[in-house]
Write a protein that binds this ligand. Structure first.
Ligand code: VGL
Ligand code: ZN
Length: 210
């Protein structure tokens, strides 16, 4: 069992990121049982939930003449335009019904400001606005953040990089994530994670340790 110095961060395990969802991550549903098993080995689990208003600026539908997966420049820099997804209080934004983590202590919602996206569980896309998660984890004596969920190359990677920048040891549980992989984004994410000193582990090893 991982104790108070460790937290499992379960990123965006929501219906819209599952096969058939609005922004489906290939095979995203495959990891649900594994995430449940991993979570059972952690005393402290935090969940994240992508939670956009319907007029969110990350949606292609809210930009005249733009299509999903095109890029635009917003006030804070480049933004990928996504299909409408994870709209607040819709079934697509709900957590996958197979998720069994009754002991999760905190659910961080992100991306709820119309004009700012937030892939990261720690810092919004303007790279200035904190969600409060770093302070929460520091106050609870957490030293090591273990990351899993969806999608490896966006919300998991950005969360892991920001956890590292906030001074935590960070490990991504590689096979407990699935990627969108848009124009080489997965390879780029792993390069950035490696360069930042984020560690990787396979779930089998972690499960035998815990
Ligand atoms: C995500 C794109 C847009 C994610 C969220 O959870 O990785 N990706 N919003
Ligand atoms: Zn989103």
């Amino acid at each position: 069992m991982k104790g108070p110095g460790d937290v499992l961060l379960v990123v965006d395990m929501q219906n819209d990121f599952m096969p058939g969802g609005a922004l489906a991550v290939p095979n995203g549903d495959e990891i649900v049982p594994l995430v449940n098993r991993l979570a059972a080995g952690f005393e402290h689990v935090v969940l994240t939930q992508d939670w956009h208003p319907s007029d969110h600026r990350s949606f292609a539908a809210n930009h005249e003449g733009r299509r999903p997966f095109e890029r635009v420049t917003l006030g804070y820099g480049e933004q990928v335009l996504w299909p409408v997804h994870c709209v607040q209080d819709t079934p697509g934004a709900a957590l996958h019904e197979g998720l069994r983590i009754p002991h999760a202590r905190l659910l961080i919602r992100k991306g709820y400001r119309r004009d700012v996206d937030s892939y990261s569980a720690f810092l919004e896309a303007d790279r200035k606005t904190p969600t409060g998660l770093a302070g929460y984890l520091h106050e609870h004596g957490v030293e090591h953040v273990w990351c899993c969920g969806l999608a490896t190359d966006y919300c998991v990677a950005w969360s892991a990089l920001d956890a590292r920048a906030a001074g935590f040891d960070v490990t991504v549980i590689e096979d407990a994530c699935r990627a969108i992989d848009l124009d080489g984004s997965l390879a780029r994410a792993w390069r950035q994670l490696d360069a930042a000193g984020v560690m990787r582990i396979g779930s089998e090893r972690l499960l035998t340790e815990t």
